[in-house]
Design a protein around this ligand. Structure first.
Ligand code: NAD
Length: 291
């Protein structure tokens, strides 16, 4: 199937990144959000990020102008009806996503491919509540989208090969690499990454090391570009906890038990960079470890 027009639902940090890379790859993009403010902010963020790419010679100013011109925004979900591919990237709550698909389905062309950027919700379950489980799959980008090279493509139990191949073609046109994952809790990247982050929090909780020694150890001793606690703050500690809970519930194995200290940080509202405090305090000039 030929994909030229991409509809993106949700204009948050992931949605605007997806719109950004799609537009630069030449797709016409229709970006939807319930919030006019979120759409306005997304346009500003994309313009700022493309400007940064121009200043670093990653793209030309003509690419930036053409890219921005390909992005339209709308608060009306029905306007996404003519899109060839939909990527749902709204808030990570199953009831929210389900309501979006219910509202969207009556407006879609029969051949439109429907996908979700969910980090943790079962693709098979989301698909089963639509009229096109064979044309439904997971399209999981990494944050920040313009920088990260990987996209996980997740087949639900019913996803057909034509749908998978069409999505793989889109990933190639984005100049990114696709990793194919089966539909099991947290897919591949988070299945491996989150238990490591959770173990780093246990290492802190049990007093084996402090924030600095744990992050230094993994940066300098394992050659990771960021320490695990620094990375957890970047992702958001609430997101890390939610993914651990999905692994724990979905696989019923105690090895995925979220660390009580991670829960405590989330209860305190210390969610990492987005709230200016997590394993580091970001309110001053340089981040200061909180333990
Ligand atoms: P976010 O909170 O930044 O953005 C979510 C957006 O969805 C908000 O602008 C909100 O107004 C909008 N929204 C809520 N209900 C809506 C509705 N009914 N219709 C249209 N828009 C609606 O969240 P995010 O970090 O961009 O995450 C979005 C999705 O991407 C989630 O499924 C998340 O699991 C997934 N994801 C996140 C990351 C990450 O690192 N943050 C990485 C990969 C995937």
């Amino acid at each position: 199937m030929n994909i030229e027009t991409v509809g993106i639902v949700g204009a948050g940090q992931m949605g605007n990144g997806i719109a950004h890379v799609m537009a630069l790859a030449g797709y016409d993009v229709l970006l939807n959000d319930v919030s006019a403010e979120a759409l306005e902010k997304a346009l500003q963020v994309m313009a700022g990020n493309m400007e940064r790419q121009v200043s670093r010679d990653k793209i030309s100013s003509a690419d930036r102008d053409a890219g921005m011109a390909r992005i339209k925004t709308t608060q009306k979900l029905s306007e996404l009806g003519q899109c060839d591919l939909i990527i749902e990237s709204a808030t990570e709550r199953e009831t929210v996503k389900q309501a979006i698909f219910e509202d969207l389905l009556p407006h879609l062309k029969p051949e439109t491919i429907l996908t979700s950027n969910t980090s943790s919700i079962s693709i098979t379950r989301l698909a089963s509540r639509t009229d096109r489980p064979e044309k439904f799959m997971g399209f999981h980008f990494m944050n920040p989208v313009p920088v990260m090279k990987l996209v996980e493509l997740i087949r639900g139990i019913a996803t057909d090969e034509a749908t998978f191949d069409a999505c793989k073609g889109v990933v190639e046109r984005l100049n990114k690499t696709a990793a194919s994952s089966e539909d099991f809790p947290a897919f591949i990247v988070n299945r491996i990454l989150m238990p490591m982050i959770n173990e780093a929090v246990y290492t802190l909780y049990e007093g084996v090391g402090n924030v600095k020694s744990i992050d230094d150890s993994m940066r300098l001793g394992a050659n990771h570009p960021m320490g695990p606690l620094e990375l957890a703050d970047f992702i958001g500690l609430d997101t890390c906890l939610a993914i651990m809970n999905v692994l724990h519930d979905g696989l019923a194995d105690t090895k995925y038990r979220p660390c009580p200290l991670l829960t405590k940080y989330v209860e305190a509202g210390w969610l990492g960079r987005k709230t200016q405090r997590g394993f580091y305090d970001y309110r001053g000039e340089t981040p200061v470890p909180t333990r």
